[in-house]
Ligand binder design. Structure first.
Ligand code: UD1
Length: 423
């Protein structure tokens, strides 16, 4: 198993270019199944999750030309496609569920074996299914009790759907299905993440008629067919946020390139509250932690445009060394504090009560053997390792490979003392 060895490092300094967004490219790749024509996707990050999605699309019968060294993937789902997503791929990546709507539209059926709950929470799919049922899909309830989605539909009819919670995945599945349904679908309390807007832009280029993506009400006028297109994926706001936090907490000075500042308003506001300098320029965002003391702040994760849950653990890394105590409240996932134990191994002394954690801050951390408990937590413990005395050994780094392209290379270019060792 591979590991990261991280040493206390000089402040991060220099420039880093952000890759395309993992959470945008996965639904867009799933949406290519909605046409038999070839789609070209550019700015695709070379990540394990992208590999898994390529394998999934191939297993369903699409031809996939993956050129990740050029950050390009071409997909053509011509002819017959299969209706069943293989379990060994679905269990590797929760986002496999995103093909649900496309399989129903192309084959009249979709069979997906749900993986069990993952580390950060139960992650149910009842909202995806509620939306699809409203569009006319039949779900086999007995199979569902056994953890298998077995859904059938001869045709889909537009309707009004209210989501009890603005789930990102449910919003994506529903707008993909509604794109080729008969009539109009109105989705209320929809997720507003930038990745939803990117998916809607992609679908609209293909010929879909989707309005309101990025707001809480999305209107989809169904069309009869979609065509193949070329699309550039938006930059990854969570990768950008991770490097911004790294710059601030190491008291560094980093220019973050290929980033959309509007996507990071909540993170930028919190970094400024902590005393970091964040300046927008034509070529990117410059973050400096070397001009003032880094102090504590409180955070509550929320659906977009609130503070992103995916930035909770990287930001907590900063709060462990900030001056003064901070409170972090997690409202999106019910069990997303597993990284706390890892920070505490390094001396952070964080207390957790339910969905609330209290970080005393100002700690001198010591390197330790820690685990990447999930994708973002893996990046967070690496950042902590950069400011801790001695060596931090991070295991289970396959989580990090799922979501950060060239993480070690990018950090090393900024002066970080990190290496990957294969055991
Ligand atoms: C997506 C992102 C993930 C991010 C999350 C929240 C991708 C591939 N992944 O995941 O990185 O952390 O959004 O921003 O885009 N829920 C239900 N019932 C449902 C669906 C969801 O209760 O049917 C709950 C989940 O348990 C969770 C919350 O809603 O507590 C958010 O989940 P959701 O927005 O669906 O996240 P994902 O799409 O899985």
């Amino acid at each position: 198993m591979a590991k990261f060895l991280v040493q206390k490092s000089e402040p991060l300094t220099g420039e880093v270019t952000i890759s395309g967004a993992k959470n945008a490219v996965l639904p867009i790749m799933a949406a290519t199944l909605l046409t038999e024509e070839k789609c070209e996707i550019k700015d695709v990050p070379a990540l394990r999750d992208v590999d898994v999605m390529c394998q999934l699309l191939e297993s369903l019968g699409a031809s996939v030309d993956k050129r990740l060294d050029e950050n390009v993937v071409e997909i053509k789902a011509e002819g017959d496609i299969a209706f069943e997503a293989p379990f060994d791929l679905v269990k590797m990546m929760r986002a496999s569920i995103l093909v649900l709507g496309a399989l129903l539209l192309r084959t009249g059926r979709a069979v997906i074996h749900l993986p069990g709950g993952c580390a950060i929470g139960k992650r149910p799919v009842e909202l995806h299914l509620k939306g699809l049922k409203a569009l006319g899909v039949n779900v086999d309830e007995e199979q569902l009790k056994r953890g298998i989605i077995d859904a059938r539909a001869d045709s889909l009819r537009g309707t009004t759907i209210y989501l009890d919670f603005p789930s990102v995945g449910a919003t994506e599945v529903i707008i993909m299905a509604a794109a080729l349904a008969d009539g109009t679908t109105i989705l209320e309390n929809a997720a507003q993440e930038p990745e939803i807007v990117d998916l809607a832009n992609f679908l609209n280029k293909m010929g879909a008629r989707i309005k309101g993506a990025g707001t809480d009400t999305i209107k989809v006028d169904g069309v009869t067919s979609l065509k193949g297109v070329s699309h550039n994926v938006i930059p990854d706001r969570i990768e950008a946020g991770t490097f911004m936090v790294g710059a601030a907490m190491t008291r560094g000075n980093v220019l973050i390139k290929n980033v959309v500042p509007d996507h990071l308003k909540a993170v930028i506001a919190k970094l400024k509250e902590c005393g970091a300098s964040v300046e927008m320029g034509e070529d990117g965002i410059r973050v400096r932690g070397d001009e003032a003391e880094i102090t504590s702040t409180d955070i509550k994760t929320l659906p977009y445009p609130g503070f992103p849950t995916d930035m909770q653990s990287p930001f907590m890394a900063l709060l462990t060394v900030a001056k003064g105590p901070s409170v972090v409240i997690e409202t999106v996932f019910e069990n997303r504090f597993m990284h706390v134990g890892e920070f505490n191994r390094m001396g952070a002394n964080i207390k957790v009560n339910g969905n609330c954690s209290i970080i005393p801050g100002g700690k001198s951390l010591k390197g330790a053997q820690v685990v990447a408990t999930d994708l973002r937590a893996g990046a967070a413990v690496v950042l902590t390792g950069l400011v801790a005395e001695g060596t931090t050994e991070v295991s289970q780094i396959y989580h990090v490979d799922r979501g950060y392209e060239k993480f070690v290379e990018k950090l090393r270019a900024l002066g970080a003392n990190i290496m990957r060792v294969e055991e």
